[in-house]
Design a protein around this ligand. Structure first.
Ligand SMILES: Nc1nc2c(c(=O)[nH]1)N[C@H]1C(S)=C(S)[C@@H](COP(=O)(O)O)O[C@H]1N2
Ligand SMILES: [Mo]
Length: 399
């Protein structure tokens, strides 16, 4: 019964975990995503209960597994997986307390265990359900089992080509085909190589924006004074990735301002830019370090537009037509001089996947504040609750 409970817990964690990982579900689920994250966290913490209960009984079980090295190995593998997932999961759950460095490492471990553990557990479940039909192979039974073991010694090797090895081989091959490509993509991203991953080069190659002229980098951007970013961006979007060209792109500053501003791309690329180096942190655990961003400080633009006294908040609109977020004027004017309307990353135009041609960068806050495909800034009197904040993300986004 303990095994069955544990099995169902793993199924629940696998399903919710894969939904959280899949970019496809971001826009579709909305608020549901935050709920699923909660379910995943609570069930994950709950997975400790059967583990502890098992450990109390482990001595007895271990004896029953005498002479069955593979089953003993399996016990180790499953315990290592569950405890590894749990420990890294706790760090991801407590990302604010432990900070981005720890959650970044925890996410890598959590993912790695998933790519190894999930195929392992699926293989294990499929092959072992066949055992249920063969009582002599089941571990937990009465003395009858040792009798049958004497008749069919476990040590007797099976011939290589039997129905069973064929079925196992097919299951393993099927899983490799299903999971292999995503695993390789993940591996490529983690070790920073470009096999199938979203390496920066790939994202730049796939840029679907057609803005002319291309912005020319300042000396501090090329080569990037930050030395080039480290880590991989995961491309997050709640809509299909929009594409822009000179005809469908413009940049507006309006609302409670003295002077409404509107630029076409030709005008916008001529604005004076500055360069900053900053880290980029997502609440789901990943970070990209030492980004060299080039763009226009938000303060410069606000000064040019002239903020009216009634204005208290700044609302940011994405050109995807859906995503928005806001900062308070006080935050921007007193605490964060580094909020940037970014046009270039590491000396290159920001590719469409990463929010180009123009995205917001708020280094002191988690990246859900960094609105991609930024096209409009509106000064408002009452706070606006952003896309993810409406769906359960914390209003407090300070890293
Ligand atoms: N328009 C838009 N901006 C967005 C998002 C989005 O879904 N749409 N996701 C936010 C979140 S949660 C993160 S972590 C970062 C991800 O940036 P990246 O896709 O360039 O890695 O963008 C932020 N800005
Ligand atoms: Mo995020």
């Amino acid at each position: 019964m303990l095994h069955a409970w544990n099995g169902w817990i793993v199924v629940a964690l696998a399903v919710t975990g894969l939904i959280l990982l899949g970019g496809f579900w971001r826009g579709l689920l909305g608020e549901g995503r935050v709920w699923i994250k909660w379910i995943h966290t609570v069930v994950g913490l709950g997975s400790l209960v059967p583990v502890i209960y098992y450990l109390l009984l482990a001595g007895k079980h271990w004896k029953q597994l005498r002479g069955k090295p593979w089953q003993r190995f399996n016990v180790f593998a499953v315990l290592a997986l569950l405890l590894g997932w749990l420990a890294s999961g706790v760090l991801l759950w407590q990302f604010k307390a432990v900070g981005p460095q720890w959650s970044n490492a925890a996410l890598t471990v959590h993912d790695l265990l998933t790519w190894i553990g999930l195929p392992y557990i699926i293989y294990h479940s499929i092959t072992r359900t066949q055992w249920l039909k063969e009582p002599n192979r089941r571990t937990v039974s009465s003395g009858r089992q040792s009798a049958s073991n004497d008749l069919h010694p476990a040590a007797m090797p099976e011939p290589f080509y039997t129905r069973r090895t064929f079925i196992r081989g097919s299951i393993a091959a099927g899983l490799a085909v299903l999971i292999g490509p995503s695993f390789l993509r993940w591996l490529g991203q983690s070790i920073g190589s470009s096999i199938g991953g979203n390496s920066l080069e790939k994202l730049i190659e796939n840029d679907s924006n057609h803005m002319v002229p291309a912005p020319q980098p300042l000396a501090a951007s090329s080569p990037p004074i930050g030395g080039g970013s480290t880590g991989q961006f995961r491309v997050y979007t709640v809509t299909p990735i929009p594409s822009f060209d000179n005809n469908n792109w413009s940049f507006t500053v309006d609302g409670l301002v003295e002077k409404k501003l509107r630029w076409t791309w030709d005008q916008f690329v001529k604005l004076k830019r500055t360069v900053q180096v900053s880290d980029f942190h997502c609440v789901t655990g990943w970070s990209v370090y030492h980004n060299t961003w080039e763009g226009i400080p938000l303060r410069t633009i606000l000064a040019e537009a002239g903020v009216k006294a009634e204005a208290k908040y700044i609302k940011f609109y994405s050109g995807d037509g859906v995503y928005t977020d806001a900062l308070s004027l006080e935050q921007v004017q007193e605490q964060m001089s580094d909020v940037l309307i970014a046009v270039m990353h590491d000396g290159k135009p920001i590719p469409s996947d990463l929010g180009g041609p123009v995205r917001l960068i708020v280094p002191a806050m988690y990246a859900y504040k960094s609105v991609k495909w930024l096209v409009r800034i509106e000064l408002i009197a009452d706070n606006h609750v952003g896309y993810w904040e409406q769906r359960g993300y914390s209003n407090d986004a300070w890293v």
